[in-house]
Write a protein that binds this ligand. Structure first.
Ligand SMILES: CC(C)(COP(=O)(O)OP(=O)(O)OC[C@H]1O[C@@H](n2cnc3c(N)ncnc32)[C@H](O)[C@@H]1OP(=O)(O)O)[C@@H](O)C(=O)NCCC(=O)NCCS
Length: 186
């Protein structure tokens, strides 16, 4: 499905469920930690979020809020393509987390669609994600290997995916994607 169509769908859904997606604010920090700890069953991703924030490496961070409770979170941070001229504005989507009791209700999708919209509005050229190969293709992600792009980490081709936010932007560009150093600590 075209993600712009799904954006309209989720907009409608969110208006029915009173779910809002908005940028994080300083008062959300503890709740964001809680969401990541619960979703991933440990502190690693929550620590990563805090470290990225501390180092000023957060491009976009959004929360899903229902009845004043933070139930989901998504973050995007800058990535680079090596070797390359790095004239790109590129980000990695990670982490994405929804509280276990709120999963499978469309909240993760709502966050991804809203996040990609924000990326596009911010002039981001492309987005990578390291994640479930059955989940992210619905938003338009395809294996990054199709562009000759690999992840700096040793991961299988199908789990490392890329979405061009400007069609054709990857033409003639290939290489290895590097995440922020804070990812090495997870
Ligand atoms: C992955 C996650 C963010 C999805 O959020 P969500 O709100 O449950 O997702 P949605 O309701 O939008 O979508 C549900 C779909 O996601 C799929 N899904 C959920 N967890 C999945 C997983 N671990 N692997 C593959 N697909 C998964 C469901 O099967 C469902 O698929 P369907 O629409 O074909 O039936 C959430 O399950 C979560 O926080 N998981 C733990 C943390 C995690 O794994 N984060 C992602 C790292 S890449």
């Amino acid at each position: 499905m075209d993600w712009r169509i799904s954006a309209r769908w989720w907009e409608l859904l969110s208006s029915i469920t009173k779910m809002i997606v908005r940028k994080e604010n300083p008062g959300d920090i503890e709740a964001i930690r809680h969401v990541n700890e619960m979703a991933f069953g440990g502190p690693s991703e929550a620590d990563l979020v805090d470290a990225l924030r501390r180092h000023g490496k957060v491009t976009i961070s959004l929360v899903a809020e229902e009845d004043s409770q933070i139930v989901g979170h998504i973050l995007f941070s800058p990535v680079t393509l090596e070797p390359g001229i790095n004239a790109f504005a590129a980000v990695g989507l990670a982490p994405l987390a929804v509280l276990p009791q709120f999963q499978n209700q469309g909240i993760g999708s709502l966050l991804v669609v809203a996040g990609l919209e924000q990326c596009r509005a911010a002039g981001i050229d492309w987005v990578v994600v390291l994640g479930h190969p059955s989940y992210y293709p619905r938003f338009g992600f395809v294996p990054a290997s199709r562009f000759g792009v690999k992840c700096v980490y040793n991961v299988s081709d199908e789990t490392f995916m890329l979405l061009e936010l400007r069609e054709g932007i990857m033409k003639g560009h290939s290489g290895i994607v590097n995440y922020q150093p804070q990812f090495n600590e997870v």
